[in-house]
Design a protein around this ligand. Structure first.
Ligand code: GRF
Length: 217
């Protein structure tokens, strides 16, 4: 049966609020471990409070990015995850690492991709004068913040917004859409079509309707 429990490993670097949203979401999945590259990540204590095994692979212990990624991959593989979720994980991963997990590696990004890949998305959105900002859950591919999109949420920008107020409203939407997209993936309902669009089987919302098979051909 497709609802069997999947194992998720979540990678964090800091606060871990998206990780906590995944933990609280009652997914048909177990968060098998939370792993950080930063031993001081606040989210590690949050995960431990939820009874989730935590581990640190400190990137500062590795001279080369590839060596860090190999150690990180080894730590992840201990948990044989079906899905690896980047949740505020602030290291750029090598193509070798991404290839190893491609198709089961997800990320939450604080902009409406393909707008504003990379860092400081809220500041850049304000500087660009966009009226609509938001967040994106996507599969990770070797090109930064550009993999197939699972789900997005739009956040209107107000004239009085600062980077902080805008970030807070986007974050609230991140906490809503990451668990929702993760549910689709854990239920086996997400399929990347030729060309990179994602079809969500049985989705009833606007995103799912746009991605219905008739429109994919
Ligand atoms: C989130 O805005 C996420 O989209 C971005 O970094 C932030 C991490 O926040 N990549 P948290 O650690 O999940 O609280």
């Amino acid at each position: 049966m497709r609802m069997s429990t999947k194992r998720i490993v979540v990678l964090i670097s800091g606060r871990g609020s998206n990780m906590e949203a995944l933990l609280k979401a009652r997914l048909p999945a177990t968060v098998a471990a939370v792993i950080s590259n930063n031993p001081d990540a606040q989210g590690l204590a949050v995960a431990a409070d939820h009874g989730v095994p935590v581990a640190t692979v400190d990137h500062r212990g590795y001279a080369a990015r590839g060596d860090f990624d190999l150690a990180l991959a080894a730590e992840i593989e201990k948990h044989a995850p079906h899905v690896v979720a980047l949740a505020g994980f602030m290291r750029v991963l090598t193509p070798g690492f991404i290839g190893r997990f491609e198709g089961r590696l997800l990320n939450i990004h604080p902009s409406l991709l393909p707008a504003f890949p990379g860092l400081h998305t809220h500041r850049r959105a304000l500087e660009a004068g966009v009226r609509i900002h938001g967040c994106t859950v996507h599969y990770v591919t070797p090109v930064l913040d550009s993999g197939p999109i699972l789900l997005q949420a739009a956040v209107p920008v107000s004239v009085s917004d600062t980077e902080a107020t805008l970030a807070a409203r986007v974050l609230a939407e991140e906490h809503r859409i990451y668990p929702e997209a993760m549910r689709w993936v854990c239920e086996g309902r997400a399929r990347v079509m030729a060309g990179g669009r994602v079809h969500i089987e049985g989705a009833r919302d606007a995103a799912g309707a746009l991605l219905a098979p008739a429109l994919d051909g």
